[in-house]
Design a protein around this ligand. Structure first.
Ligand SMILES: [Zn+2]
Length: 354
């Protein structure tokens, strides 16, 4: 996808330069330097031998032009269009104005021009959600594919389309709250990465009505779901609650397992465990991917369920969650084949919520 070039002003004439031109009537000289314009030097990214200055909001980043151009065809095109007649030069460097926030540009430069943590392979992944989301947006816009792939991979560890991966990776690489999952949905749409969607929509569904309020970023801007995705989430939440009921039945309505040697007492234990589960909030909670294993273990011990029947119940729990996992993309959230967006009728939502 091509970036919005109109957002980027390749070169803006400074007021000083314009005034000089008006007085002299001469063409601006590419060699003529202006004083520092309406920006301050970045403390971290003002490299004395840098060859281009990126300005975002009120911050100037003096960095290496060729190094950025090599990593991004968009930067390369942007910079080449700024020469040889640069209208605004600061300390011999052309100045390029960017539409992003200074924080977002800094997050990207941390990846493209690392000044610390120069480890070839690090287990200590320390990017925050705000950093990763900024890196994804900018790497997408500026066509820096390897950075984009790595940033998405850090999210895909948790926002996976594979149940076994989900079961293994309970801990997130990037800590993403339920509300931040709203932004994950939007990022997945932006970069066309549909495999992030099922878990992200599921997380949004767990928000309940607070999903309507959107997510408030560090900079106070609020991000909302697209209305189509909001419908998916509301419809999905209702369907998940129905699935929760069916899962309790699948797990707890069962005969003792084939290896059971205390069938009569295990049959009674399973019946009492079903009563406890039905009375539990989890029975109608949309949080269907959360395992009942703790309940099976604790209630099983209290009610005298044998070890073999406990293991069988845990297996039924995993099977039930795998079953509902497979329903997430299409049946629960109405994503089409291969994760593409399927049309959702407005009255479909109304009928589900009625
Ligand atoms: Zn048993």
């Amino acid at each position: 996808m091509s970036p919005d070039r109109q957002e980027t002003r390749p070169l803006k004439r400074s007021r000083t330069q314009a005034a000089q031109d008006d007085l002299s009537g001469s063409q601006p000289s590419s060699k003529m330097e202006t004083t520092l314009g309406d920006f301050e030097r970045s403390e971290e990214f003002w490299l004395e031998d840098g060859s281009i200055i990126l300005v975002a909001q009120q911050t100037g980043f003096r960095v290496y032009r060729a190094l950025l151009a090599r990593q991004s065809t968009v930067f390369s095109n942007m910079f080449s269009s700024s020469t040889p007649n640069a209208e605004e030069m600061v300390e011999g460097c052309p100045v390029v104005y960017m539409s992003e926030s200074a924080e977002e540009v800094a997050h990207l430069l941390h990846v493209l021009l690392p000044t610390s943590q120069r480890t070839l392979f690090s287990r200590n992944f320390s990017f925050s959600f705000e950093q990763i989301s900024a890196i994804i947006r900018l790497a997408h816009k500026y066509d820096i594919q390897d950075v984009l792939d790595q940033a998405i991979a850090s999210l895909a560890h948790f926002f996976t389309s594979d149940f076994d991966t989900w079961e293994r990776n309970k801990k997130q690489v990037v800590d993403v709250t339920l509300a931040q999952s709203i932004c994950i949905v939007n990022l997945a749409r932006l970069v066309d990465w549909p495999s992030l969607l099922p878990v992200a929509l599921y997380q949004c569904a767990l928000l309940g009505s607070t999903v309507l309020g959107g997510y408030k970023h560090d900079n106070a801007s609020v991000e909302h779901l697209h209305p189509d995705d909001l419908r998916r989430v509301i419809r999905g939440r209702n369907r998940l609650a129905k699935e929760a009921n069916e899962m309790v039945a699948e797990i707890f309505i069962s005969d003792p397992c084939a290896r059971c040697t205390t069938r009569a007492s295990c049959r009674d234990a399973l019946r009492r465990m079903l009563e406890i589960a039905v009375a539990d909030d989890g029975c109608s909670s949309p949080e269907v991917l959360r395992s009942w294993d703790c309940g099976i273990e604790n209630w099983g011990e209290e009610e005298g369920l044998c070890d073999a029947c406990q293991r069988a119940a845990v297996e039924r729990d995993t099977t039930a969650r795998r079953h509902v996992w497979n329903k997430l993309p299409d049946i629960i959230f109405g994503l089409g084949v291969d994760g593409q967006v399927a049309d959702i009728e407005a009255n479909d939502v109304i009928s589900e919520t009625a």
